[in-house]
Design a protein around this ligand. Structure first.
Ligand code: ATP
Length: 233
C-alpha cells in the first residue's frame, strides 16, 4: 500500500504542493483529479523520487521512499508512465518492450511480451514497426506496456487519455481494468472525469497543491459544486 502524508514540494522558491495526503491500496484504482497546474504531475514525480525539495512522508508497504533515488523506487515495485510519451523512436515495438524488461518479482505478476500483446492488440500488429511510426495513442500504449515489463505492483499513470483518439481512450480503459484484475494498483492522474469515473474506485481532487475532496464518485455527484469549483467540467 502506498501512503502519502502531508506532502509539500517546491520548485526553487515556488511552493507547488501544500500538503497532499492520499492512499492507494493493492488492487485499487484511484483517480487523482484536478485542473491544469493543480499539482498532479508534481505529486507523482515526488512519489517517484524526481523532485528534490519535498517534505512530509511517502511510504510504500511501510517503508519510507522520501530519501530513495528513482531507480530504488522502481525496484520496490512502483512503475511510472509520465504524461509525455517516452518511447525510443528508432527502436521497434518489440525492442522498446525489451528495454523495459526487469527480473520477475515474487509479489507481482510477471509480464511477458505475449501477455502484453494480448492486452495491447494494436501493438501486437505493429510489433516490428518503429516507435516513431506509431500514432500518439499507440505510443502511449507502448509506454504503458514498457513500464509493465518492469513487473510493477503499482503504476502511476499521468493523464493517459490526454490528446489521444476516443477509440484508444476506450482501449485504455480496458487496459486499466485489466491491470486491476491482475492485482495491480493504479494511481491515475486525469482531467477527463468521464474516463476517470469509468475505471476508478474512488477520487481525490487537488487544487493549488492541496487536497479538496476525497471519496467515491457517487459522493462527488452529490456535491456538484466541488466539480464545478475544482475540475474543468
Ligand atoms: P498538468 O495537467 O498541466 O500537468 P498538473 O496538475 O499535473 O497539471 P503540475 O505539472 O504538477 O500540475 O504543476 C503544478 C504547478 O507547478 C504549475 O503551476 C506549474 O507551472 C508548476 N511547475 C511544474 N513544473 C515546474 C518546474 N520544473 N519548475 C517550476 N514550476 C513548475
Amino acid at each position: 500500500m502506498l501512503e502519502v502524508v502531508n506532502l509539500t514540494a517546491r520548485y526553487g522558491r515556488a511552493q507547488i504542493l501544500n500538503g497532499v495526503t492520499l492512499t492507494l491500496a493493492q488492487h485499487e484504482v484511484v483517480a487523482l483529479l484536478g485542473r491544469n497546474g493543480a499539482g498532479k504531475t508534481t505529486t507523482m514525480k515526488c512519489i517517484m523520487g524526481l523532485v528534490e525539495k519535498k517534505a512530509g512522508e511517502i511510504r510504500y508497504d511501510g517503508r519510507s521512499l522520501m530519501k530513495l533515488p528513482p531507480h530504488m523506487i522502481c525496484r520496490v515495485g512502483l512503475g511510472y508512465v509520465p504524461e509525455e510519451r517516452r518511447i525510443f523512436p528508432d527502436l521497434t515495438v518489440e525492442e522498446n518492450l525489451e528495454v523495459g524488461r526487469r527480473p520477475p518479482r515474487a509479489d507481482a505478476p510477471e509480464w511477458t511480451e505475449d501477455h502484453l500483446f494480448e492486452l495491447f492488440p494494436n501493438l501486437a500488429e505493429r510489433r516490428r514497426n518503429l516507435g516513431k511510426q506509431l500514432s500518439g495513442g499507440e505510443q502511449q500504449m507502448l509506454t504503458i506496456a514498457r513500464t509493465l515489463m518492469g513487473n510493477p505492483r503499482a503504476v502511476l499513470l499521468d493523464e493517459p487519455s490526454e490528446g489521444i483518439a476516443p477509440v484508444i481512450v476506450e482501449q485504455m480503459a480496458k487496459v486499466i481494468t485489466e491491470l486491476k484484475n491482475e492485482g495491480l494498483s493504479v494511481l491515475l492522474s486525469e482531467q477527463n472525469l468521464h474516463f476517470a469515473r469509468a475505471v476508478s474506485d474512488r477520487a481525490i481532487i487537488i487544487e493549488k497543491g492541496a487536497l479538496r475532496f476525497e471519496g467515491s464518485f457517487a459522493e462527488l455527484d452529490d456535491r456538484p459544486e466541488i466539480s464545478q469549483q475544482y475540475l474543468a467540467v
